[in-house]
Design a protein around this ligand. Structure first.
Ligand code: UD1
Ligand code: MG
Length: 450
């Protein structure tokens, strides 16, 4: 089978005013990644696949996001919002270049899958001019209805124009469509001309295809896949659907989660084999967890790589730039940031390790803090391998602690410590024999006298 070339036009000129946000609608995150990025990831990619993204006049950030994910994307600006067909035609230049299939997708429909795009393209191979994605809506109000006769789509009726009888139809237009490249531009141009209200609706493509004696078909998918996002409530619903998918995929891949419904994952989280995630863990973008690692309850991880057999938490916070070597242990109430901890490092309790490198098998005692910030800039703490940092030490960066060095508890370390040296920075301890007894006697006497 020869590969059909495709052009996907993603409409991302959404106004999103109902999101009540300064952020462009399609840049809101689901599972740690923008709505737009989910759509772009599902769209055809690789050999013969090109991409055009249509953005609004002041949406440079949207264009940047598209380019970051697909450097090959061409960006088009829709200067006026004159309807979905008008938006597609903003990418005319890309459409004119020609492709076997023209796919139209919405940037605010993040749950669509690559498989659905492929299913939608299939009828074009069989000679259909248009394939429309449809779904059975639990509540069809507001959606365009698909009018079907003998298995063919005759027209899409927008809710406002539908008769009482037509409103009973629950098969709705998802908005996503696939056109045969050969006839696509002719059909789109006709929509422009056919319009009376000054708006150009993509849905009119169906009637035009029929009038040309060509074939329009419907491909059905689940409502979950085509949820469009216009409000924060819908954003949260999409997040719930996405989390359910990610949890299932993780379980299917062998991750152990005894309460998966309490674990939040990102779309790009990767797992080795036999990983365990305890209840109530939040994993943000950019996290990889290697074989047999355990993430204990109430931990929060973002942009962190976790080595084999490492242990994190309970109650650990791994911030961006954390890298844990094999068998490293991060315990309760430990925060790390831009920190590279090599194999077997232990930071078991109540510490902050930021802008730091810690060599293999070093033990960091409870309450150790890397003082990385002087109020103006950040500085690095370098700790060698096999070192021991005693409890409650402050390591004032920039500072280096050598291999095998030993830091006495409670020290404030401001100078570099050589390999195998011992550094103790605290007042000498004084012992007064019988002092406690004398102290108690004095206090008792004073109390009686009062
Ligand atoms: C559209 C469909 C409707 C379908 C529904 C599914 C049309 C006319 N109607 O309605 O049949 O049931 O989606 O959710 O297509 N956009 C632009 N520029 C424009 C107008 C829209 O880029 O000038 C983009 C929007 O950002 C959005 C998409 O196109 O991503 C759809 O537009 P929207 O206004 O949400 O259409 P609906 O009324 O939801
Ligand atoms: Mg919509």
């Amino acid at each position: 089978m020869t590969i059909r070339s495709s052009l996907t036009v993603v409409l991302a000129a959404g106004e999103g005013t109902r999101m009540r946000s300064q952020l462009a609608k399609v840049l809101h995150p689901v599972a740690g990644q923008s709505l737009l990025s989910h759509v772009l990831r599902a769209a055809p990619n690789g050999a013969g696949a090109s991409l055009a993204v249509v953005v609004g006049p002041d949406h440079q950030a949207v264009a940047d996001e598209a380019k970051q994910l697909r450097p090959d994307a061409s960006i088009f600006i829709q200067h006026e919002r004159l309807g979905t067909a008008h938006a597609v035609l903003a990418a005319r230049e890309a459409i004119v270049r020609g492709a076997d299939d023209l796919l139209v997708a919405f940037g605010d429909t993040p749950l669509i899958s690559a498989e659905t795009f492929e299913r939608l393209r299939a009828p074009l191979r069989e000679g259909a001019a248009l394939a429309v994605l449809g779904f059975r809506a639990a509540n069809p109000a507001g959606y365009g209805r698909l009018l079907i006769e003998g298995g063919r789509v005759m027209a899409i009726r927008e809710h406002g124009d539908a008769s009482a009888e037509e409103r009973k139809i629950d098969l709705c237009n998802a908005g996503v469509m696939a056109f045969a490249g050969e006839t696509a531009l002719g059909i789109l141009d006709k929509i422009g001309k056919a319009n009376s209200k000054g708006e150009h609706y993509l849905v009119d493509a169906v009637a035009i295809v029929r009038s040309m004696g060509l074939e329009a078909v419907v491909i059905e998918t689940s409502e979950d896949e085509v949820r469009g996002i216009n409000t924060k409530a819908q954003l949260a619903e999409a997040e719930a659907v996405m989390q359910a998918r990610l949890r299932k995929a993780a379980l299917d891949a062998g991750v152990t989660m005894i309460a998966p419904e309490t674990v939040f994952l990102a779309a790009d989280t990767t797992f080795g084999s036999d990983v365990t995630i305890e209840p109530f863990v939040v994993i943000g973008p950019g996290v990889s967890i290697a074989d047999r690692a355990v993430i204990h309850s109430f931990s929060h991880l973002v942009q962190a790589s976790i080595g084999k057999e490492a242990s994190v938490g309970p109650y650990a916070r791994l911030r961006p730039g954390t890298s844990l070597g094999d068998g490293a242990r991060i315990g309760n109430f430990v925060e790390t940031k831009a920190a590279r901890l090599e194999a077997g490092v232990k930071v078991n309790h109540l510490s902050y390790i930021g802008d730091a490198e810690v060599g293999a098998s070093t033990n960091i005692g409870a309450g150790t803090i890397t003082c990385n910030y002087d109020g103006f800039s950040k500085h690095k703490t370098m700790i060698g391998k096999g070192a021991f940092v005693g409890t409650n030490s402050s390591l004032v960066a920039p500072v280096a602690i050598g291999n095998g060095a030993y830091i006495g508890s409670g020290s404030v370390i401001t100078k570099d410590v050589p390999d195998d040296a011992m550094a103790v920075e605290r007042s000498p301890q004084s012992i007064r024999e019988g002092g406690a007894t004398r102290y108690r006697e004095m206090k008792m006497k004073n109390k009686k006298g009062a």
